[in-house]
Write a protein that binds this ligand. Structure first.
Ligand code: KIV
Length: 266
């Protein structure tokens, strides 16, 4: 079974690892079979499962329900679950809501933000709950950003992102996610911090890669993001099966053939 120690060893040894979002039992079983290293019950479920146009309507109960469905059915992967929008503004809320997700089967709690999360990260770590801090394009802040935009493109925003990453790691964060940031910045953050960094739209140099499951199966509503590859119709997935797509993604990330330059931002 994959644990945080496994991912730390992967980072040390330069072995790239996979993460996919997952929201239900059947896909969790298939990911188990394909040996996907980590699974994220992402609040992206608000968009791909519930049909909202952002992640904001997702509740802690929704997250606990989907986390339990996945956790029951996957034996191998490290399971990350998102605390949804406004569910961790106070430490008391963060503790109660993390407890609910951990008791539903999560191994790590993911939160979006920067150095303002340091107290929360330390408090949860001291209470036996590892955190993954999501930086860069943090979809819960879409209304602050004014849209889903690449982050960290100016010197000031890049410096701030690096400082935020260092601060949350010093506070005890176990993992980082970097979303939609220039590949050069993601490489720098990954080389600077001691914990594994998972990228999405962040280039090939992060320690791990994550994609939304629906995206990598070609089920995209509207514009296909630059960082997405359709592994279902990829010729290397000869029978175009879902299990084949998961296995191909695992293989492509491990061997370094995904992502390529065409999937990254500068
Ligand atoms: O909710 C989600 O699926 C995520 C990933 C895009 C990293 O946060």
């Amino acid at each position: 079974m994959t644990t945080l120690s496994t991912l730390n060893k992967f980072k040390k040894d330069g072995i790239k690892f996979t993460c996919l979002t997952c929201y239900d039992a059947m896909f969790a079983r298939m990911m188990d079979k394909a040996q996907i290293d980590t699974i994220l019950i992402g609040d992206s479920l608000g968009m791909v499962v519930q049909g909202h146009n952002s992640t904001l309507p997702v509740t802690v109960s929704d997250m606990a329900y989907h986390t339990a469905n996945v956790a029951r059915s996957n034996k191998q992967a490290l399971i990350l679950a998102d605390l949804p929008f406004m569910s961790y503004v106070t430490l008391a809320d963060a503790i109660a809501n993390s407890r609910q997700l951990m008791q539903a089967g999560a191994h790590v709690i993911k939160v979006e933000g920067g150095s303002e999360l340091c107290d929360l990260v330390t408090t949860l770590a001291n209470a036996g709950t590892p955190t993954c801090v999501h930086l860069g394009l943090t979809p819960q802040s879409v209304n602050v950003f004014g849209g889903y935009k690449i982050q960290g493109r100016t010197d000031d925003t890049a410096d701030k992102l690096l400082a935020d990453a260092q601060a949350v790691v010093a506070a005890g964060a176990a993992l980082l996610v970097l979303e939609c940031v220039p590949a050069k910045l993601a490489k720098l953050v990954t080389a600077t911090v001691s914990v594994p960094v998972i990228g999405i739209g962040a280039g090939a140099d992060t320690d791990g890669q994550v994609l939304v499951m629906h995206d990598m199966l070609g089920m995209v509503h509207g514009r296909v993001p630059r960082f997405v590859h359709d592994f279902l119709t990829d010729v290397r997935n000869s029978d175009h099966s879902i299990e084949g797509a998961f296995a191909l993604y695992q293989q492509a990330v491990r061997e370094g053939s995904f992502p390529t330059e065409q999937h990254q931002f500068s």
